[in-house]
Design a protein around this ligand. Sequence first.
Ligand SMILES: Nc1ncnc2c1ncn2[C@@H]1O[C@H](COP(=O)(O)OP(=O)(O)OP(=O)(O)O)[C@@H](O)[C@H]1O
Ligand SMILES: [Mg+2]
Length: 341
Amino acid sequence: MRSDANIAGPMTDPVPGPRTESMGMDVSRETPPPMDDTPIGRAAQLAVEALGRAGEGLPRPEQTRVIVVANQKGGVGKTTTTVNLAASLALHGGRVLVIDLDPQGNASTALGIDHHAEVPSIYDVLVESKPLADVVQPVPDVEGLFCAPATIDLAGAEIELVSLVARESRLERAIQAYEQPLDYVLIDCPPSLGLLTVNALVAGQEVLIPIQCEYYALEGLGQLLRNVDLVRGHLNPGLHVSTILLTMYDGRTRLASQVAEEVRTHFGDEVLRTSIPRSVRISEAPSYGQTVLTYDPGSSGALSYLEAAREIALRGVGVSYDATHAHIGAQSDPSMVEGMQ
Ligand SMILES: Nc1ncnc2c1ncn2[C@@H]1O[C@H](COP(=O)(O)OP(=O)(O)OP(=O)(O)O)[C@@H](O)[C@H]1O
Ligand SMILES: [Mg+2]
């Protein structure tokens, strides 16, 4: 595995073969469609332009950043964050691999990647020692974005891994052996702290914890943080919690701002200035096999993930972040919150 931050010119896909054509556009849209019959990828690019930074791209990390998206609490936005951040980073010019480490396969679904039982998957990598390159697929419509899918087989992996050699570091080895240039690897963890999540924590340098802005938001996080400490102490000295992202933020409620304040007090600088609003478009996109970036690139949800990606990329190279756009969609303006209660 290597990061090719200085590579010039077009890069090849790790998986040869044609890209899938754009998906249908017959979905409800928050923003008006472009005048001409533009592919979805182009429409997504418009969202980048909407932020007034067309063509600027973002600094690419010198080395591949492996980011583990984890929180053992269910339904806090791990998968949504993984796929939308990954798409945002790719639209900003990065080469990004999503590893779906959840037997539910939600990240694969959201990226429009086939993951029925016969598809070569991350299970084959972890349990059968198949090279990662043999299971990675390009994501339709988003240049530079790739996915290692999860199939239902992965449900048995927690048990099967127990008896295997180097059971905690099988994912790390697979990523290390992956030779295609990548700027980011984002790993979507299941809502548990078992061997799958441990494999992710051993493979990554950074942990990103999505926190849903609701009561009990911080409950259970202590256990995750203790696991991060344990893995750092025994298996992966460089591991650290680099990023906390507030998700499903509804600026109209006192509770959301109280939770946000509590999280910021607790974690300080790790909390991104950008938070993700509660958004109908974000929750609709996976049923079309799309990220919100291609489903509705001008929506507040898409813009907030683009902005979060910008913040993460800039932090990674030590550039200070201009928070002008940090609160896109997170204010109490009903049109921005898109009517979801
Ligand atoms: N910002 C948002 N606005 C509205 N709905 C959201 C938002 N983020 C996530 N959701 C919805 O909340 C639900 C849970 O999100 P998601 O699947 O990303 O969580 P998760 O942490 O990956 O869950 P699990 O623990 O089951 O893997 C999904 O239905 C998703 O569409
Ligand atoms: Mg999930």
